[in-house]
Design a protein around this ligand. Structure first.
Ligand code: NAP
Length: 459
């Protein structure tokens, strides 16, 4: 006797790959469906929550409150977490298809974009993504070295990741020590000699990618002054139109903050956060390690809302002991899934992953940054995952039924391969142990920075 997919007798089996926000929102949407669905949420690390745990800045704890919503999803009886399992390595995509009727990839954008300029490989030239993962205690980045014995740091890009990196470099240890920042990072930051943090934008103040609360924070740091040359606020007519656009509330709020920074008296604090606009990096120079960055002044070209930065040929040098590029994250491929190397995403329409012939591949879906690229805040991923799940649900009658639809079957498979998967119950134990470790340090938690340490908690 055969049962309909999604019936109580034969629930639809869905694997979600990646337990960041888009993964949890996809799980939530699936579990709210009217048909019966079992959801197994995978992560390559034993800890869930992706960029909420390893990307959100430690001094922005309120943003992490969203975890409470994800924990509710995790409590659902048809939900299982399988942490410490790397899709594509511990279990291949064809193997997953033996146990699941559909797979949703929510694996995010795990690497960064390069600038492609001479000297980018010099020692001291690094990436915001690695620095963020390092200070957040990501096991794969714990051994990275960041030489903060330098006085001048330069950050290229003006998105909110650049804001996070700039703030962590500009704050005092007192401002960070009661956060969940990794202890190894706190110790290096305590010895930091960085006095000047330069934030370089290739376009102007009206086009900056940061958001008002993030830029405003630099006005209230304990031992760092924001510095902005008022000349940057002389706008071309196109930028003036962008600023006055009725939909430009965020730009106007940024503008007010920048105007206030530009009107401040001479800085007196130990550190300075110097904001530059309309400059692009051309080259890094140094003897064995980065010593200076060559910047080209840009002008803006194009109509309002579509202005691009174009080099003027006028160069300037900026002393730079440590250089961070922060120009966006990038997805990485998973064997067995089509990948668009130009965009760094899985090619898709509405989350349905497309094959080489441009047709949707049955049972393969994407959501979050691997679907649309690295944009938006955490909440942006909710409607994005709902769209993918709705498309999946409307495809149910065309899905190929997997031959082994029992959760126990996939768990047996992983056990046979000696993959020590971590359940949500296991994670709760690791979570409690981390919180205990944080108590003597006055921190909300001290994260384990090695996978072995997390597994050791489980015995
Ligand atoms: P982003 O917001 O896209 O910013 C990228 C920055 O890099 C932009 O200033 C961009 O300038 C610049 N850029 C790109 N290519 C460049 C190049 N070749 N040369 C020089 N500059 C270049 O990316 P992100 O900062 O990585 O953030 C990713 C997403 O996460 C964003 O949606 C962000 O809002 C979100 N996020 C939010 C928070 C928060 O809410 N607190 C924290 C962190 C991240 P152009 O504008 O000229 O392209």
């Amino acid at each position: 006797m055969t049962f309909l997919l999604g019936s109580p007798e034969r629930p639809l089996r869905v694997a979600i790959i990646g337990s960041g926000p888009s993964g949890f929102y996809a799980a939530e949407a699936l579990l709210a469906a009217t048909i019966k669905i079992e959801v197994d949420l995978y992560d390559r690390l034993p800890a869930p929550f992706g960029l909420v745990r390893y990307g959100v800045a430690p001094d922005h704890p309120k943003i992490k409150n969203v975890i409470k919503v994800y924990e509710k999803t995790a409590n659902h009886p048809q939900f299982a977490f399988l942490g410490n399992v790397m899709a594509g390595k511990d279990i291949s995509v064809p193997e997953l298809q033996r146990f699941y009727d559909a797979i949703i990839f929510t694996c995010g954008a795990q690497t960064d974009r390069a600038l492609g300029i001479p000297g980018e490989d010099l020692s001291g030239s690094t990436t915001a993504t690695e620095f963020v993962a390092w200070y957040n205690g990501h096991p794969e980045y714990r051994d990275r070295k960041f030489d903060l014995s330098q006085e001048a740091a330069v950050i290229i890009g003006q998105g909110n990741v650049a804001m996070d990196v700039g703030r962590i470099l500009s704050k005092t240890v007192d401002e960070l020590k009661t956060t969940d920042i990794a202890q190894h990072a706190l110790e290096v930051l305590a010895e930091s000699k960085v006095k000047e943090v330069h934030l370089i934008g290739r376009r102007g103040p009206v086009q900056a990618a940061f958001t008002p609360p993030e830029i405003k924070e630099f006005g209230g740091l304990k031992d760092c002054d924001p510095v902005l040359d008022p000349a940057y606020l002389n706008l071309n007519p196109e930028s003036q139109i962008e600023l006055e656009d009725p939909n430009g509330a965020v730009r106007r709020r940024n503008w007010e903050v920048l105007k206030e920074f530009a009107s401040r008296p001479t800085p007196t604090k130990r550190k300075r956060f110097v904001i530059h606009f309309c400059k692009g990096p051309k080259e890094l120079r140094g003897n064995g390690r980065v010593e200076k960055v060559i910047l080209e002044k840009n002008k803006l070209v194009g109509s309002p809302g579509a202005q691009q930065a174009v080099g003027t040929g006028e160069m300037e040098e900026l002393a730079c002991g440590i250089f961070f590029r922060s120009v966006g994250y990038r997805g990485v491929p998973i064997p067995g899934v089509p990948f668009d190397p130009k965009k760094g995403i899985f090619p898709n329409v509405g989350g349905r992953i497309l094959g080489d012939d441009g047709k949707a591949l049955p049972g393969l879906y994407a959501s979050g940054w691997i679907k649309r690229g690295p944009s938006g805040v955490i909440g942006t991923n909710k409607p994005d995952s709902v769209e993918t799940v709705n498309n999946l649900l409307s495809d149910v009658s065309h899905l190929c039924e997997c031959p082994m639809p029992q959760r126990a079957a996939v768990m047996d498979f992983l056990k046979q391969k000696h993959v020590r998967f971590v359940s949500f119950e296991d994670w709760r134990k690791i979570d409690s142990a981390e919180m205990e470790r944080g108590k003597p340090l006055g921190k909300p938690r001290e994260k384990f920075i090695k996978v072995e340490e997390m597994l050791a908690v489980l015995g």
